[in-house]
Design a binder for this molecule. Structure first.
Ligand code: CA
Length: 511
């Protein structure tokens, strides 16, 4: 009899003996992992962005009843690599998934869902997968092919292509709740509910068009950043609202797969506003201002549906009396720029990109309403889930369980520095490969490409917006030396190879 089956049997005996409470505390917790794509912490009201972009009452509820992490950092700030790190508990250089261009997830690797399944959990992944190879370790998988689309999406259900009608965020929620309802109730479960939203091109549900009543959003202070004070890498990128946003991004042309009736509703909102835009013939900063407003309407509209989805899942857990023994996590695969530095997208070691939202509710274990400022990471998720399920953690996993932090403890040996590395270049956004170390106060970054080989230092205490590379300031010499030693130590500890393999950039390798 496996340890878990044994525990279930003991629980049943305890129940018969009237020790229901003691039994419950021993049964392994269920895990509901609600994961979105490109959800900026600035667009979650619990994180308190000064622009007060929108209210997210349901996501906030997870933090209010559980723990909110203020500095959850990702290992490599793009979609696929973040997902691979979450599944494997390893950095890109060990799990082999470096970029969204030519990486393919090696499904034979050890992942936390496989280990949970082997320990008796029922497992499902529903929504965006984005790892190219077929999901392994799941009893049920119902995924979007590739990036997926926002309306009437084709999906792949346990290997079979299916066509659906509706808005993708709502469908992923429907399928998730259906799976919860129809699961094998004798087993604990892992549900990974993974939204496409609010990924580019930021298409809201038709019911949310006009959700903001044409509100004028406050602009970020750095919307017109000229990148002075920083190096060539920051100047020479392709991710600005000014130059990089396409006609589809700003909804001058409709997204794919709308039905004729849906297109009518879509046009009724966008067309009159687009006419005004075309008539105005904005140029320069005025064009950026208009696009920023359109971007906020669309992006935040997508987030509204994600927040509603979270509300529906929390309501189901309450109704089914599952909430008490279920860990609920809300996270995204990385952060995102909402106009800061004139940008959208992610990729950088800089704060809006590298920091992802993380809120965790676990009744009786996670301190309700606590806020943690330690450096935590998506590389920690796998170990957290395994420890919660009392499954042993493979020695080569590279994170740390968050359970002590959830309980309100502060382990003396918690990481004081975090290693980051980004590879994909030059396409799609011309952000140069870089690696670096992040502490509570500093970031030391090394950009590396054929034409750039720069070290930069940012002091978040004096420069929270990361506008000034202060590596050459004489009083920082000791800090720079210390951080260079630290980044070398981390590279060794994490087994980062001296030479990055050429395919890591995602570009065609000429052999
Ligand atoms: Ca993403």
């Amino acid at each position: 009899m496996s340890r878990h089956n044994f525990l279930f049997a003991m629980s049943a005996i305890a129940l018969l003996n009237g020790h229901a409470h003691a039994a419950q505390s021993k049964s392994p917790p269920n895990i509901v992992f609600i994961f979105s794509d490109d959800h900026a912490y600035q667009a979650i009201s619990a994180y308190g962005d000064p622009r007060k972009l929108l209210e997210t009452p349901n996501i906030d509820r997870i933090g209010r009843e559980g723990v909110r992490f203020n500095r959850c950092l990702v290992t490599n700030s793009i979609c696929g690599p973040s997902r691979a790190t979450i599944l494997t508990g390893k950095y890109s250089h060990l799990n082999g998934f470096y970029n969204n261009t030519n990486s393919r997830f090696d499904a034979s690797q050890t992942t936390f869902p496989k280990l949970l399944k082997a320990a008796g959990y029922q497992t499902a992944v529903i929504g965006k997968w984005h790892l190219v190879s077929t999901p392994a370790g799941f009893d049920e998988w119902h995924i979007l092919p590739g990036q997926g689309v926002y309306y009437n999406p084709p999906m792949i259900h346990n290997g079979k292509r299916v066509e659906h009608q509706g808005y993708t965020t709502d469908l992923i929620t429907d399928f998730s709740i259906d799976w919860l309802k129809n699961r094998d109730q004798s087993k604990p479960f892992l549900l990974m509910c993974q939204h496409k939203a609010p990924h580019r091109e930021w298409s809201p549900a038709l019911r949310h068009l006009g959700h903001d009543k044409d509100r004028v959003y406050t602009e970020p202070a750095t919307l017109f950043d000229d990148y002075s004070g920083r190096g060539k890498a920051e100047h020479d990128q392709d991710m600005t609202i000014a130059k990089t946003m396409t006609a589809t991004d700003i909804k001058l042309t409709p997204p794919p797969r709308l039905t004729p009736e849906q297109l009518k509703v879509w046009n009724a909102y966008y067309q009159p506003r687009n006419e005004l835009y075309k008539k105005a013939q904005f140029t320069g900063q005025d064009a950026v201002r208009w696009k920023y407003q359109r971007y906020m309407h669309d992006y935040l509209g997508c987030v509204k549906a994600v927040d509603e989805s979270v509300g529906r899942i929390l309501a189901y857990l309450d109704e089914a009396k599952l909430a008490d023994n279920t860990i609920v996590v809300y996270a995204s695969d990385q952060g995102f720029y909402l106009g800061e530095h004139g940008w959208f997208d992610k990729r950088w070691i800089f704060e809006e990109s590298v920091r992802t939202p993380l809120l965790v509710r676990w009744p009786g274990v996670a301190q309700a309403g606590a806020v943690r400022n330690e450096l935590v990471s998506n590389v920690d998720f796998a170990e957290t889930f395994l420890q919660a399920a009392n499954v042993s953690i493979p020695a080569d996993f590279q994170g740390a369980s968050l359970i002590p932090l959830l309980k309100g403890e502060t382990p003396a040996d918690w990481r004081k520095s975090f290693y980051y590395q980004y590879y994909e270049y030059p396409q799609p956004h011309h952000v140069r490969p870089h690696y670096g170390v992040i502490t509570d106060r500093y970031k030391l970054v090394r950009f590396e490409s054929a034409d750039v080989n720069d070290w930069e230092l940012f002091d978040l205490k004096n420069d929270p917006a990361e506008l000034k590379n202060v590596i050459a300031t004489p009083e920082n010499a000791a800090t720079v030396a210390e951080l260079k030693t630290e980044v070398a130590r981390l590279r060794k500890e994490l087994k980062v190879p001296d030479q990055t393999p050429p395919e890591a950039s995602g570009q065609k390798v000429v052999k």
